[in-house]
Design a protein around this ligand. Structure first.
Ligand code: FMN
Length: 398
């Protein structure tokens, strides 16, 4: 198992930091679903900006399951050291340095993956941060700035010499962004030349792919990002496959509903209802997509009729995205899952049109009418009723 300083991870799967995705509720969920380490969304090294609401949400949180890894991004060695110290004061147990982010906003300030162009500066930053704190410092890089400037091996050696305790590599250059094949060759090359743990990252979206990557690169663990969106249980599936060769069955309808509802409630609690409801929308959309992908792959033998009896995720998404209250979102998720015909609830929606003849869609709309009626009885819920009536009318009209 991967050891980072005093922390021995209980899984071979690390959740990638993803700005706008890996907030505290999602990190907690992924830890419970089998990730051994989760990394916070990057936070700027400019601590003067930490008072903003966005930065506050991204800080270390003492309620988080240990070890708490906080990612910092910046290009000034002194500021990076100060940010690391401040992160420790806030409860960080591992500091991760971002040299992998391709975002223009970040690279314009010569931070993120842009740093890889300046190896001297990389060494100064890493040394400065490692010297500043007593906790493990880790690094996340790409394979280089561009295809003709691949220097991941040099950067990895600098990192090891500076005292970095683990290195995650997204196997693409900055110029490649998220396009093209991942260069697992480069990750393998890096792994063969340094002694610190290497975590392989990029396009790993199944237990089988994870095993292939581990075998090919000899990496100590794997990091997954986008594949965990709407599918946090993939962490457990991958970990179990890597450890025991066991294929864990994907969660059943009831389990997915439970996980999703817990996720939504954690969002409402962490952000507040107003923001939580908005953030919930993208996660719900990912859950629906991940279920759709799974079902398509599993449902070759299903008849077209079977598909047509399922409620269209598209119709549901349109409806859900207009709900403005936690109570309504929760009710809608409950209804959506409860009214699906069987465990294969969310199917390919490409052939499903809301013609008025679709049984599940009609049942769903009937239930929404009931909610509207229920909420109408209670004058305290007038705002909920108004929102539901408006949504309902718009979906019917669509
Ligand atoms: C929406 C999004 C936000 C990201 N934010 C960060 C970030 O804050 N820090 C970072 O080092 N990488 C960030 N990344 C890159 C991921 O950590 C990861 O390296 C990349 O998605 C490749 O892994 P995957 O193919 O498993 O998704 C982000 C990626 C995405 C899709």
């Amino acid at each position: 198992m991967l050891q980072i300083g005093p922390y021995r991870l209980d899984s071979l799967v690390v959740l990638a930091p993803m700005a706008g995705v890996t907030d505290l509720p999602f990190r907690q969920l992924c830890r419970k679903q089998g990730a051994g380490l989760v990394v916070s969304e990057m936070i700027t090294s400019d601590t003067r900006l930490w008072k903003t609401r966005k930065s506050q949400y991204r800080m270390a949180n003492s309620h988080e399951i240990e070890p708490r890894s906080v990612q910092i991004a910046g290009s000034d060695p002194v500021m990076m050291a100060q940010a690391a110290i401040a992160s420790v004061e806030n409860g960080a147990q591992i500091v991760d340095i971002n040299m992998g982010c391709p975002a223009k906003k970040v690279c314009k300030k010569a931070a993120g993956s842009a740093l890889m162009k300046d190896e001297k500066l990389v060494a100064e930053i890493l040394q400065s941060v490692v010297n500043a704190v007593d906790i493990p410092v880790t690094l996340k890089t790409r394979t280089g700035w561009a295809l003709d400037q691949r220097n991941a091996v040099t950067i990895a050696k600098i990192a090891e010499d500076c005292g970095i305790q683990a290195l995650a590599i997204h196997g693409r250059t900055r110029a490649c962004a998220f396009r093209g094949e991942v260069e697992y060759d480069t990750i393998a090359d890096v792994k063969s030349r340094i002694g610190i743990p290497v975590i392989a990252n990029g396009d790993i979206d199944s237990p089988q792919k994870a095993l292939e990557v581990i075998k090919y690169t000899n990496a100590d663990a794997i990091m997954i990002g986008r594949a965990a969106q709407g599918r946090p249980w993939i962490c457990k599936e991958i970990d179990q496959y890597l450890l025991n060769g066991v294929i864990v069955a994907p969660p059943k309808k009831e389990q997915v509903k439970k996980i999703l509802l817990e996720h939504l409630h954690a969002l409402y609690e962490f952000y507040d209802e107003f923001m939580g409801v908005k953030i919930a929308r993208k996660h719900v959309s990912w859950y629906l997509q991940s279920q759709t992908t799974y079902e398509i792959s599993q449902s070759e033998e299903k008849s077209t009729m079977g598909r047509q009896n399922a409620l269209s995720p598209k119709v549901f998404r349109q409806f859900f995205n207009k709900l403005e209250h936690a109570e309504l979102q929760t009710q809608a998720i409950n209804d959506y899952f409860d009214q699906s015909p069987d465990d294969n609830l969310i199917l390919d929606n490409s052939t499903i049109v809301n013609t008025g003849n679709n049984t599940s869609t009609n049942t769903f709309i009937e239930t929404q009418k009931k909610i509207i009626n229920e909420t109408s009885k209670n004058t305290d819920n007038a705002h909920l009723r108004d929102a539901a009536v408006k949504n309902h009318q718009e979906v019917i009209a669509a």
